[in-house]
Design a binder for this molecule. Structure first.
Ligand code: SAH
Length: 292
């Protein structure tokens, strides 16, 4: 398995200024890379949220040295207000959200996110609940499949892919990554170096994890908790995520004197990071500060 190298860590730290100390929330603690950097640079206390129980276990190991200064929460970041309330936390000194999938999910065995491995088509970030990709693909009608693949995968051949999935599952249920990839490859031609199944896999993953629903509400609830001077940084990996972040932050900054954009344009990783970490390729960072 490839190791998970956190993306744009220097930029996240520069945006959040953990040397001010205080309580920071890592909404996607993952394997604990960003959280660790924040603690090393001065964060006094950290609440780390993730919906993936396997990631949380690894984050627990990575952050063990900070003992009770770190608290890990299993759940969806869209429920962050509830998690903070339960701990009596009204205001925070900074937050980070690194959206998307971790290398643990993408490359780890048995998760079913990748067509590079032949395994059960699961794709759930939270393995403790909800239908798997195989369940959803088995139950959806052709129209819904086409919509999902078009909207979340930006796949131009979405209708043809949906039709092929429905035809294939009449013969046998689609239960593995390899089965799904080969159905897609039969109808989508290869263009360039990208595997034709890439867009459909992205779409199904976003669908299974309901990744784009409620992003604006989530961003606003975190911003509402920021103390004056506190900052919130968000890293995204594709335009379907970046667009809502851009719009929400711009709207918040335009609404009054409370928030200021720290990134008029999104930041992208530097050349060195791009060379050494392929996961950084499509990353963008946007940050906002509470100023009033
Ligand atoms: N910044 C982390 C890596 C994060 S990878 C590090 O430095 O190690 C993205 C993580 O976000 C994954 O572990 C995924 O499970 C989590 N995630 C994605 N959507 C989520 C959601 N809605 N709620 C909570 N966690 C989520």
């Amino acid at each position: 398995m490839s190791v998970h190298v956190p993306v744009m860590t220097d930029e996240v730290v520069a945006a959040l200024q953990p040397e001010r100390g205080g309580l920071f929330v890592d909404c996607t603690v993952g394997l604990g890379g960003h959280a660790r950097a924040l603690l090393e640079r001065g964060a006094t206390r950290l609440v780390g949220i993730d919906r993936d129980p396997a990631a949380l276990a690894l984050a627990g190991e990575a952050l063990a040295a900070w003992g009770s200064r770190v608290e890990l929460v299993h759940g969806d970041y869209r429920d962050a207000p509830r998690f903070l309330d339960a701990r009596g936390i009204e205001a925070i000194d900074g937050a980070v959200a690194d959206l998307g999938v971790s290398s643990l999910q993408l490359d780890g065995a048995g998760r079913g996110f990748s067509f590079q491995r032949d395994e059960a088509l699961d794709m759930r970030m939270d393995t403790s609940r909800g239908p798997t990709a195989a369940d959803l693909i088995g139950g959806a009608d052709e129209r819904e499949l086409a919509d999902v693949i078009y909207r979340y995968g930006e796949e131009r051949r979405s209708r043809a892919v949906a039709r092929a999935i429905v035809a294939a599952r009449r013969d046998a249920p689609i239960r593995t990554t390899t089965q799904l990839a080969s159905v897609v490859r039969r109808v989508v031609g290869r263009s360039g170096r990208i595997d034709p199944a890439t867009r459909t896999f992205q779409a199904i993953r976003i669908w299974v994890n309901d990744e784009l629903e409620g992003l604006d509400g989530f961003l606003r609830t975190i911003c509402a908790r920021l103390r004056v001077g506190a900052r919130f940084a968000v890293v995204t990996f594709h335009s379907l995520e970046d667009r809502p972040v851009k719009h929400s932050f711009r709207a918040l900054a335009a609404e009054g004197e409370m928030f200021r954009l720290l990134t008029k344009k999104s930041l992208v990783p530097g050349d060195e990071e791009l060379r050494s970490n392929p996961r950084a390729r499509s990353a963008r960072l946007r940050a906002i500060a509470r100023v009033g």
